[in-house]
Design a protein around this ligand. Structure first.
Ligand SMILES: [Fe+2]
Length: 290
């Protein structure tokens, strides 16, 4: 299917392997699907099923293994594997994380935080340009979920992302749930964070469930963990409405990666996102008309 991001007017859902056969067999009423390419690179059967879906649905590729923050460089073999999958399914969006997850050729099963410094910015910008040149596509970079700040940072995450956009021409994938939980964990203002992002560069929004736990390091406080194991929480919906008022309508995706529910429950969550977006846009229109 040949699509542009403008066709993503309904919310999409993250498509995980347990649902792919059902999605192919039932062709549900879904706006679009986002996949993690790493689930498909060594799974030819799943890739064939994905190609069938790509004929009927816009597909977004959200890589978790690019590691643009790695000081040791982008894994060119992984980039080539990604390119081959992209050639097969012609995704409407390609995104990755502001994080590092490889070290000396070893893949770590985590998206690890970066210090926001000029040196890190130069490294990440070089790698984002390298990926964009290699794929001949613009990359979207996602803001991380944060639990601690890096003591060596010399700029804020928002300043870092703005400069990354300026240096590379990349777009941003704003994970609204990540903004909410990072703001709680690091004690900053989530709305001020959204206010500081470059609205024109926002190409996609994410929403996912999180888990609130006692903070062992700070008795009496709670830490919010980015588990993607539940429905989107009410304060994240409120922040999503704020993001839409700030950025305008954007392709929105529901992420659910642990305790994965039925496909219908995922699609129901996407329908809630559509309704929140509809209300946010009509509120904006009313405000403009007054
Ligand atoms: Fe996300």
């Amino acid at each position: 299917m040949s699509s542009s991001p403008r066709t993503l007017t309904r919310s999409g859902v993250g498509l995980r392997l347990p649902h792919i056969e059902e999605a192919v067999a039932t062709r549900p009423s879904a706006g679009w699907f986002e996949i993690h390419p790493e689930n498909f690179l060594a799974n030819p059967h799943a890739t064939e099923l994905l190609e069938q879906l790509a004929a009927d649905y816009p597909i977004s590729v959200h890589t978790v293994g690019l590691s643009v923050g790695s000081a040791h460089g982008v894994d060119l073999a992984h980039l080539q594997r990604l390119q081959r999958l992209i050639d097969r399914i012609d995704p409407v969006l390609v995104s990755g994380h502001l994080a590092w997850s490889t070290h000396q050729g070893e893949y770590l099963n985590d998206l690890l935080p970066l210090p926001y410094t000029d040196e890190t910015l130069a490294i990440v910008a070089r790698h984002v340009r390298q990926v964009q040149d290699g794929l001949a596509r613009r990359l979207l970079i996602e803001n991380p979920s944060c639990y601690v700040g890096c003591a060596g940072s010399t700029m804020t995450e928002v300043e870092f992302l703005n400069e990354l956009v300026t240096r590379t021409g990349c777009q941003l994938l704003c994970d609204v749930s990540n903004v909410y939980l990072s703001a709680h964990n690091l004690d900053y203002d989530a709305r001020a964070y959204l206010d500081g992002l470059p609205a024109a560069a926002i190409g996609e929004l994410h929403l996912g469930g999180f888990t609130v736990e006692p903070d062992d390091a700070a008795p009496g406080r709670e830490v919010i963990i980015d588990t993607h194991a539940d429905r989107v929480a009410p304060p994240a919906w409120e922040l999503y409405a704020y993001a839409l008022a700030r950025f305008g309508p954007k392709p929105t995706l529901i992420e659910w990666d642990n305790d994965i529910p039925s496909l219908n429950k995922l699609l129901d969550e996407a329908a809630i996102a559509d309704e929140v977006a509809r209300l946010a846009v009509s509120r904006e229109a009313d405000a403009v008309a007054r």
